[in-house]
Design a binder for this molecule. Structure first.
Ligand code: NAD
Ligand code: TYD
Length: 343
């Protein structure tokens, strides 16, 4: 196998992917390149920290010089890009860093692929770029109509990948996944927020009427799809990655409370998110044709996720206490948020 740069590898999906790759490919060298924003967390990678195939670099994908230096130093052959600002509610409050990382940062990686002739980049995009889909399901050729600064920034990065492929022949595959859930998800996203609140008997703030619909994809199913795209995707192509497990937020919340043996009275209807997309829905026929199907049953995966948060309070309690804001010690010493030194 090869040397892969996993950008955003200290976050939720990225760290799950790092574990997946190290377990599946004994000959792979994995270099995690992550700025460690509030959402990046070395606790997610502590059990691979001593693996000689794993290297960590704290740095920003917007830093062209460092991106290029790390690619050369580690003889990188491909990139899987998870790095992004990802939370819709934060993007509504402060859009600037979303535009910077999700659009400009993607461009820096594309330039590096061009410069060094790398084999491929998989760019992890999202179903949110299609905007709200009241009826039917989005196909890859549909127009993009993003609604939030997050989804608009992701659409910008996604389109930049396509433009770099068409204009310069850069080998990039784009995946548009639906809402992920599973272990190590930062407890600001609805599933880990509601599980951890319920564990502490705190209210679950359900936006609006609770009738917004999301398609829930277990993170390991997403990792398998990204792996397939990394190995066998077609450059320049876009692949939807959905699970066909659509639920209203109210249905999801009731299911969680039932699984956890907690009362329905914990549900607290609160003011809606501005610009809240009513529904996302993906038609994933194209990736099914390449042999990918989600393998995890939704309810079983949700039970496993509840169990993980129940058994790993050490992981989320300090996040909820805010201990992680700007506080990171790496094997290379204490680092500022934007590192200049690399591995
Ligand atoms: P996350 O917020 O948990 O992790 C993002 C990671 O990127 C963090 O480790 C953070 O430190 C890092 N990062 C942020 N800005 C950076 C920068 N400028 N340079 C280097 N690293 C930076 O996010 P996630 O949920 O794991 O999502 C990963 C990717 O998958 C994102 O691109 C997201 O848009 C996409 N995606 C997420 C979902 C979902 O439901 N979570 C669904 C589809 C697609
Ligand atoms: P979220 O996990 O933020 O993902 P996204 O907005 O990217 O889909 O939210 C999932 C759904 O849950 C979305 O419809 C908003 C809703 N939601 C709540 O009702 N309450 C909350 O506290 C949060 C964070 C989300």
């Amino acid at each position: 196998m090869e040397n892969v740069l996993i950008t955003g590898g200290a976050g939720f999906i990225g760290s799950n992917f790092v574990h997946y790759v190290l377990a599946k490919y004994p000959d792979c060298k994995v270099v995690v390149f992550d700025k460690l924003t509030y959402a990046g967390n070395l606790d997610n990678l502590q059990d691979v920290a001593d693996d000689p195939r794993y290297h960590f670099v704290r740095a920003d994908i917007c830093d062209t010089e460092l991106v290029q230096q790390v690619i050369q130093e580690h003889e990188i052959q491909s990139i899987v890009n998870f790095a992004a600002d990802t939370h819709v509610d934060r993007s509504i409050l402060e859009p600037g860093s979303f535009i910077q990382t999700d659009v400009y940062g993607t461009h820096v990686l594309l330039e590096a692929i061009r410069e060094f002739g790398l084999r491929r980049m998989v760019h992890v995009s999202t179903d949110e770029v299609y905007g709200s889909v009241v009826e039917g399901s989005s196909v890859e050729t549909d127009n993009l109509l993003p609604s939030s600064p997050y989804s608009a920034s992701k659409a910008g990065g996604d389109l930049m990948c396509r433009a770099y492929h068409v204009t310069y022949g850069v080998p990039v595959v784009i995946t548009r996944g639906s809402n992920n859930f599973g272990p190590h998800q930062y407890p600001e996203k609805v599933i880990p927020l509601f599980i951890t609140n319920a564990l502490d008997d705190k209210p679950l703030p359900l936006y609006g009427d609770g009738q917004n619909v999301r398609d829930w994809l277990y993170v390991l199913d997403h990792c398998e799809a990204i792996d397939l795209m990394w190995r066998e995707g077609w450059d320049g192509e876009i692949y939807n990655v959905g699970s066909d497990d659509e639920l209203t937020n109210l249905e999801l919340t009731e299911m969680l409370l039932e699984l956890m043996g907690k009362p329905r009275s914990l549900i607290q209807f609160v003011e809606d998110r501005p610009g809240h997309d009513r529904r996302y829905s993906l038609d994933s026929t194209k990736i099914h044709q390449l042999g990918w199907q989600p393998r995890h049953d939704f309810e079983e995966a949700l039970v496993g996720t509840v169990r993980w948060y129940t058994e790993n309070r050490w992981w989320w309690e300090k996040i909820k206490r805010g201990e992680y804001e700007g506080y990171y010690q790496t094997q290379y010493g204490r680092r500022p948020v934007v590192s200049g030194s690399g591995n």
